[in-house]
Each structure stands twice: as structure tokens, then as C-alpha cells.
Design a protein around this ligand. Structure first.
Ligand code: HEM
Length: 672
């Protein structure tokens, strides 16, 4: 533990590497983030006519054996796995599947089944693992109540960005982290509430239960008498009895690799990968139906999907969450098809390559394109290009020039406050209506999101795959603001019931479950002024909202980072306020420089040749969609941006392509 310049304790991540580098962080816009008052801020509240739409009232694992399709990654309730790094690292040209040995001296860094990182010490009620309580000793307001009173549910389309922007974010999220013990597909076998929404008595409830209490007079749930939303705590190193747990505060485990390595496509272990890999021509397994390639079928349809019949469509991929919503499943399919497309091209160009070389080279190119799109096309929208350049998350360099910024002192682990608070702010972008569009971009129909959670078969019906993909790249996402779509606020995973759960309430409850440091702590940590009173929050949060917070929380010190961070006015040029922007920037800095295999690294054994790198830098979201739809003929060049006179829909042939001839047997070390 180090004391920062602000006097706050900064926790090193587990391995004692870099903490928040106050010396490194460069303000984005003038004055950022040192003085909140100098910030060019953009309000994220709805400017006019805003009124809260709701009145403020006063183990998937039981059934899955550890030898299931996902291998040892899915433990029994109350038991989680702790990663076991290999004793010695082999120096390889390619990434491992479980993330081990990316860092050669600390092979466990960024591995699947390790702890999230922390920026600030946890704030558990008992100092060890109990969910955060109020600093006053009183009860915190119900997370559902906070969701209802503070967050709106207005439908405000974004004036600039398409829905595929939101969908790519979920892909990145699923690549980077997954809290241990959770499921987003099947109803959780640990029941903290009965099926008709009553609280299970504390004496009988499982020890991981932390149900969300629905307030009296809830405008939605009171209609059906729901008093309780199921919520199961994330498993920690303490629960898992990790051999290196040495007492002290528990740390949550994440079951996927932290790296941006398309683990959601390839899996998080050799075992998981071998179930979805064809072992022929470097390809991944696909199933051919109606002239198109689809993700392979799950072997546990009724377990992995919201399915009644084992014959229903339900997929398997490198990530169990693949079936969660149609847009997610479509991007999974596109990334899988892209792998096989690349493998097929490479096989033609290099007939002497064996299956393993083809697989690893195609994987390496697929990951590189994905990292390029994420860092150079997607992240600038969220974090601001200027902020990213200043903080060395991206570079302006000649097209063939590598950037050798791997830093072995940086821990690439996904930071708890990033995954549990900051990155979830973008749940605000979710749209509950999914449009189906023709090639001419006329609306053919639309789907209601909550009808299709964990029911992916809809993407194979008729022309839906292409129509939905065109819809996602044409229709606007929801504005990034304090509103969360009703489909996720009252109908999440409703499974044919009138109502479902509330994702915003879950996000807030998860913040308490993980014992994240408070909003005020993070303000200070990010170089903003620590608030001494409610009044001090009005520098970044609308006064009317601060007034509402005041009615809910016993103290201003109780406001969670998930809540406070989501209420700040945005920094100009970014889609988040200064506190979330600080966390997000830190995360994506670590994800880049802590990854020895980052695509811009020109190191001899892991990097691309200058010619190859120049090709990777031609990749785009638009091209990815063009190449991997069933029959998509046209797309706007900037698929994350709405179609406009400066971003018109053009034939796919006009969109630059990565030229794979640059991969004709150049490297003498292929196959190692
Ligand atoms: C239709 C779209 C989406 C749905 C239905 C959805 C739903 C969910 C659910 C149910 C969880 C688990 C909540 C919990 O139990 O704590 C979750 C976690 C999360 N979501 Fe989303 N989400 C969507 C899109 C997104 C997007 C666009 C982003 C960010 C750009 C995002 C970021 C996250 C993050 C960071 C987590 C935590 C991951 C972890 O470490 O386990 N999600 N989401």
C-alpha cells in the first residue's frame, strides 16, 4: 500500500505493481481532471421536460459438473476455482488460451480465475467480506429504490451513434471479465427469493444470497406482488480458499482472461477451446444450415438457454453468455466466421501450413483486428481521442510503425471498479427495440428485447441475421445518460413472465457486494475535490439530482461509485463524467501496455511485420460486418456512427480490406 499525493491509500494490485499513476495521468481537456470547475462539461441529464417516470415511493453450478462443456471454469455454488499458473513459461509466438505466461516472470497475471484488480481498498461492512453498509450504521436505501428514484427510463435516441456501438461494448466486456459464480443464461439455481418474489428466510437462504428488496408501492413490481429480486453474491478468493489468500479483505474472482484476446470466441482454457475447435484447416467448429455457418450447438440446451425443448437453437462459444441477447449472438457469430474466413485465406496462401499454424495465425490476426477496432474506432468515442492520445492509449504513428510500449510493471487485471461500476454505465445505451432492416434500410419489423433474452434461435429465422445486423448498424443506440431502457429496468430475463429483473438495481447491489470504495473516495482518487457535504457534489451533478440523493442516503459518504459516477456531467468529447473517465482510461491503459501480445507491439517473436501491421490498421467494424453477414451488400464506412451525408451507405466493395497476402510465409518461426 502506498499513500498517494492526495493522502489516500492506493492499493497496489495483488502483485505490487503499478497503482494509479498520478505522475502519468494527463488531463484530457484543459483542466482535466485536477479542477472540476474548469472542465468543459456536458450535462448527461435530459435537458428539458425531464421528470422521473416512476414516482418516488416514501449455481448454475449445481447441475453442471466440473467436466461440463466449460470445464473447470464453472464451479459449484460456494466453490470457485483459483488459477494455477504453470511453473515455467515456454516462450511462444502465440498467446496461451488461459492468459498465462503473457507476463513471463509473473505467469498468473491476467489469467482466467484470478482476482479483479483494485484501485482503492474495499469498504466491506465487517472489513472482510460483508456488503458495504452506511457510514452512519443505518440501512442503505434499497438498490431498486435508488434505481427508481435516481435513474429514469426515458427513450432518448442517440443523435450520433448506432446500436452496434453498444453491442461491441458488450463484446469487449465479455472478453475482459466475468464475475465468478454468476450466470446470465439460466435462472440461478441459488434462490434468494421464491419464484413468486418472496424473500427466502435468512435461516434457509444460501450464504451467497443478497436479495434486492423491492420497496412498497413499487410502480411495477407491486402490480404482481414481487417483494424481492434474486441476487447471488460473487465468489471470492476467500470462498474459493485460494492457496495464496492470506487473510484480510476478500477479493472477487473473474473467470475469464483479463486481456483483450477474444477469449469469448476461443475460450479460456485449452480444454474449453478443444470443444469448439475443428482441428482441421485451422478452423473453429461451425454448423452449416441454409447456406450459412452458425455457432455450434450447446450440448446442454435447457441449461444454457431459456429453452424448454432440447431441440431449440442454443449455441456454444468461448463464453457462456453468448446466448444472452440477439445482438450479442450476432457479433459472436461474425467474429467466429471471421476466424474461419481468415483461416481459409491463409490456407490458400500457404498450403504447407498445418492446422495448428493456421489456427494460431488466424487467431492472431482476428485478435489484432479486434484490438485495432476497439482502440482506434470504438474507444475514442467513449474516452475521447484527445484524452487517449495524451494518456498514451493510442498513437499517431506511420502506418507501418510498431509501438513498443509493453511495460512489465503494469498489472493487466481488470479493475473491480471498472467492471462493476464504470463500464456498466454503458448499460444506459441499451435499446429495448431491435429493428429489422432491408438492404435498402427500410424497416421490416422489430423485436422486443425481453422476448429474446437467451433465445438466440430468432437470428436464424428467414433473413433475420442480416436484417438485425443492418438494424444494429443503422438504428441509434440510446443516449448515454441517466436513463435505462424499460426492457432492462423492469423486464430483464423475464422468461415469459410479465416482469423480470432490474439491471440498474443489480449494478448498484453488485457495487455493494464487491465492497467498492465510495463515489467520494473515487473523486479524490481521480484528483477531483473530495466532497465535505451534499452541496459539494453539485460541481458535477445536477442540483435536483443531489436533492434526491439526499432523501435516500443517510450520508453523502454513502453514495456508491456506480451511482455517483453515472450522474456526473460528461467531459466534453467523451461519454462519461470525469470520475468514470479516470477509471476507464486507467483500465484501457493497463489493458494495452500490460499485454505483451498487444497488436502494435513490434517485438520480433510476437509482433507483426511492418507490412502486416499496416494491413491490420485497415480493419473496420464496417468491413467485419460486410465480410461476415449472410449477404450484406452495403454499409456505411463508420459503422459506429449513424448514416449521414458524410457517412453514407456504400457498396461493401468500397470499404478497405486487410490484404492477407502479406502473410505469405514470411516468418521462419511459424508453427513454434
Ligand atoms: C443488451 C445488452 C446487455 C445486457 C442485457 C446486459 C446484461 C448484463 C448482466 C445481466 C450483467 C450481470 C449483472 C450482475 O449480476 O452483476 C452484466 C454485467 C456487465 N455488463 Fe452488461 N449487459 C448488456 C450490455 C452491456 C454493455 C453495452 C456494456 C458496456 C459497454 C456492459 C458492461 C457490463 C459489465 C462491465 C458487466 C460486469 C462484467 C463482469 O465482470 O462480470 N454490458 N450485464
Amino acid at each position: 500500500i502506498k499513500v498517494s499525493t492526495t493522502g489516500y491509500h492506493i492499493l497496489h494490485n495483488e502483485h505490487g505493481v503499478d497503482a494509479f499513476p498520478q505522475h502519468r495521468y494527463v488531463p484530457s481537456a484543459p483542466g482535466f481532471p485536477a479542477s472540476a470547475f474548469a472542465l468543459p462539461l456536458v450535462s448527461n441529464a435530459v435537458p428539458t421536460g425531464f421528470a422521473p417516470t416512476s414516482p418516488a415511493p416514501a449455481n448454475p453450478f449445481v447441475t453442471l459438473s466440473t467436466h461440463g462443456p466449460y470445464g473447470p471454469q464453472f464451479p459449484q455454488p460456494g466453490r470457485a476455482q483459483c488459477a494455477v499458473p504453470p511453473p515455467v513459461c515456454e516462450k511462444s509466438t502465440y498467446r496461451t488460451l488461459d492468459g498465462s505466461c503473457n507476463h513471463l516472470e509473473r505467469p498468473q497475471l491476467g489469467m482466467a480465475n484470478t482476482r479483479y484488480g483494485r484501485l482503492l481498498s474495499p469498504r466491506y461492512a465487517d472489513g472482510v467480506s460483508a456488503p458495504t453498509a452506511s457510514v452512519t450504521g443505518q440501512d442503505l436505501p434499497s438498490a431498486r429504490l435508488v434505481s427508481l428514484v435516481i435513474f429514469g427510463e426515458m427513450d432518448v435516441p442517440d443523435p450520433e451513434y448506432t446500436l452496434i456501438n453498444m453491442q461491441w461494448g458488450q463484446i469487449m466486456t465479455h472478453d475482459m471479465s466475468m464475475q465468478a459464480g454468476g450466470t446470465q443464461s439460466k435462472k440461478h439455481p441459488t434462490r434468494c427469493c421464491t419464484d413468486d418474489g418472496r424473500l427466502v428466510g435468512l435461516d434457509t437462504a444460501h450464504k451467497t444470497c443478497f436479495a434486492i428488496i423491492v420497496p412498497d408501492h413499487d410502480p411495477v413490481y407491486s402490480q404482481v406482488g414481487t417483494e424481492c429480486l434474486n441476487f447471488v453474491r460473487t465468489l471470492t478468493d476467500l470462498d474459493a480458499r485460494c492457496p495464496d489468500y492470506r487473510g484480510g479483505p476478500a477479493e472477487q474472482l473473474t473467470t475469464v482472461t483479463s486481456y483483450m484476446d477474444l477469449s469469448l470466441v476461443y475460450g479460456n482454457s485449452i480444454q474449453q477451446n478443444s470443444q469448439i475447435r475443428a482441428f482441421q484447416g485451422g478452423r473453429m467448429i461451425v454448423e452449416r444450415r441454409n447456406g450459412a455457418d452458425w455457432l455450434p450447438a450447446s450440448r446442454n440446451v435447457t441449461g444454457d438457454c431459456d429453452a424448454i425443448e432440447p431441440t431449440e437453437v442454443c449455441y456454444t462459444a468461448g463464453d457462456i453468455r453468448v446466448n444472452q441477447n440477439p445482438g450479442l449472438t450476432i457479433l459472436h457469430t461474425i467474429l467466429l466466421r471471421e476466424h474461419n474466413r481468415i483461416a481459409g485465406e491463409l490456407a490458400k496462401l500457404n498450403p504447407h501450413f498445418d492446422d495448428r499454424t493456421l489456427f494460431q495465425e488466424a487467431r492472431k490476426i482476428n485478435i489484432a483486428q479486434y484490438q485495432y477496432i476497439s482502440y482506434y474506432e470504438w474507444l475514442p468515442i467513449f474516452l475521447g481521442a484527445e484524452n487517449m492520445l495524451k494518456n498514451r492509449l493510442i498513437y499517431k504513428v506511420p502506418e507501418k510503425a510498431p509501438v513498443n510500449d509493453f511495460d512489465p510493471s503494469i498489472d493487466p487485471s481488470v479493475i473491480n471498479s471498472h467492471a462493476t461500476a464504470a463500464f456498466r454505465y454503458f448499460h444506459s445505451q441499451i435499446e429495448g427495440r431491435l429493428d429489422l432492416l432491408s438492404e435498402l434500410r427500410s424497416v421490416l419489423g422489430s423485436l422486443r428485447l425481453s422476448d429474446w433474452f437467451n433465445r438466440p434461435g430468432i437470428i436464424e429465422v428467414g433473413d433475420n441475421f442480416d436484417s438485425l445486423t443492418r438494424g444494429h448498424s443503422t438504428q441509434p443506440e440510446e443516449l448515454t445518460d441517466i436513463n435505462f431502457d424499460r426492457e432492462i429496468k423492469h423486464f430483464l430475463f423475464r422468461r415469459n413472465m410479465p416482469f423480470g429483473s432490474d439491471l440498474r438495481a443489480i449494478d448498484i447491489q453488485r457495487n455493494r457486494d464487491h465492497g467498492l470504495a465510495s463515489y467520494n473516495d473515487f473523486r479524490q482518487f481521480c484528483g477531483l475535490r473530495r466532497a465535505q457535504s451534499w452541496e459539494d457534489y453539485t460541481d458535477l451533478i445536477d442540483r435536483a439530482i443531489v436533492e434526491k440523493l439526499k432523501t435516500l442516503y443517510p450520508s453523502h459518504e454513502d453514495v456508491e461509485i456506480t451511482v455517483g459516477g453515472s450522474l456526473e456531467s460528461h467531459v466534453a468529447g467523451a461519454l462519461a463524467g470525469p470520475t468514470f473517465l479516470c477509471i476507464l482510461t486507467e483500465q484501457f491503459y493497463r489493458t494495452r501496455v500490460g499485454d505483451r501480445f498487444f497488436f502494435e507491439n513490434g517485438e520480433k517473436y510476437v509482433g507483426f511485420t511492418p507490412d502486416q501491421l499496416a494491413e491490420i490498421r485497415k480493419a473496420s467494424m464496417a468491413r467485419l460486418v460486410c465480410d461476415n453477414g449472410n449477404n450484406i451488400q452495403s454499409m456505411q464506412q463508420k459503422a459506429f456512427l449513424l448514416v449521414s451525408p458524410s457517412n453514407p451507405v456504400v457498396p461493401c466493395s468500397n470499404i478497405p480490406q486487410v490484404d492477407l497476402t502479406k502473410w505469405i510465409d514470411k516468418k521462419p518461426h511459424y508453427g513454434k
